[in-house]
Design a protein around this ligand. Structure first.
Ligand SMILES: NC(=O)c1ccc[n+]([C@@H]2O[C@H](COP(=O)([O-])OP(=O)(O)OC[C@H]3O[C@@H](n4cnc5c(N)ncnc54)[C@H](O)[C@@H]3O)[C@@H](O)[C@H]2O)c1
Length: 278
């Protein structure tokens, strides 16, 4: 499926890669011969996993522009010219919009959206200088199809999809590629406790998303849904009259997060992201 040579020796920096989708992506890149740096706020875990998979770990808080600049510079100092930045770090609180702690809403805006802006602004000048490279933003299918029970999250992911498309338009003649990856439910700690709450969308593994990212670098596309067919389903959904869309959502039970989330199974993740409030 993959052109083994294309990523050989290429330097790829991945944010939020101590676990989950970011870590799977780091492993998939290394399997293609890439040199991978992983930046995470959880340095201890990032270092442990980096050692296991043959990557290099650095401390990174994507909310902080200086921290992000240092991560990019450390990656270049360690490996050489940057080829790709994968903006993956993100958090997804679940619950009713009016119940959400304002500090957690801010954390989503800062990590899921502001962090991606910082990353793109800091990495792009290096890629422009090299006249080649690829920015990949891990958005979400919730950035196409907003989910009740994750309103602010959906908003940040719509923002990432829009940001990616607009910047890609500005640099369409630069030789630099841009991709927004839009996974449905991925089986990481983030979705713990959602077995009964998210029957509306299919589940995929972190490795499937990682393969989509590798594939994007080898054969660039602006938007990639995982699984791929969701893109087409969404296209059809978009042609339906709004009353049919509304009825479809109701029948499919798109409010499952609000009504069926298993809070005790989700508590570990909820506690972890609660630490990210300022
Ligand atoms: N899991 C899903 O169902 C799913 C679906 C679609 C999109 N996504 C997106 O994929 C990305 C990764 O999700 P995941 O499921 O692997 O989550 P995860 O919680 O397993 O991993 C996220 C990583 O990001 C790190 N992180 C958090 N805040 C950070 C910060 N400020 N700076 C640096 N690192 C930080 C965490 O320490 C963690 O290691 C997120 O952007 C998420 O929104 C996930």
């Amino acid at each position: 499926m993959f052109n083994k040579q294309k990523l050989k020796g290429k330097v790829v920096a991945i944010t939020g890669a101590a676990r989950g989708i970011g870590l799977a992506t780091a492993e998939a890149m290394i399997a293609q011969g890439a040199q991978v740096s992983i930046g995470d706020i959880d340095l201890e875990l990032a270092e442990k996993e980096a050692q296991r998979i043959g990557a290099k770990a650095f401390k990174l808080d994507v909310r902080n522009r200086e921290s992000f600049a240092q991560f990019i510079q450390e990656t270049i100092d360690h490996f050489g010219s940057l080829y790709s930045l994968v903006n993956n770090a993100g958090i997804m609180p679940m619950g009713a919009f009016l119940d959400e702690d304002p500090a957690l809403a801010d954390a989503q805006i800062d990590i899921n959206f502001r962090g991606v802006i910082y990353g793109m602004q800091l990495a792009l000048p290096h890629l422009i200088q090299a006249k080649t490279g690829h920015i990949v933003n891990i958005a979400s299918f919730a950035g196409r199809f907003a989910l009740p029970g994750s309103a602010v999250y959906s908003g940040t992911k719509f923002a990432v999809v829009g940001l990616t498309e607009a910047v890609a338009g500005e640099y369409r003649n630069s030789g630099i590629e841009f991709t927004a990856i839009m996974p449905s439910k991925v089986l990481t700690e983030l979705t713990s406790g959602t077995d009964n709450a998210s029957k509306i969308i299919p589940s995929v593994t972190p490795q499937q998303v990682a393969n989509a990212v590798v594939n994007a670098l080898i054969k660039p596309r602006l938007f990639i849904a995982v699984p791929d067919y969701l893109q087409m389903l969404h296209g059809i959904y978009g042609t339906l009259p709004q009353w049919v869309q509304k009825g479809t959502r109701r029948v499919l039970g798109d409010d499952g997060i609000l009504t069926k989330l298993d809070h005790s199974a989700h508590a570990g993740y909820a506690n972890r992201i609660d630490q990210l409030k300022k």
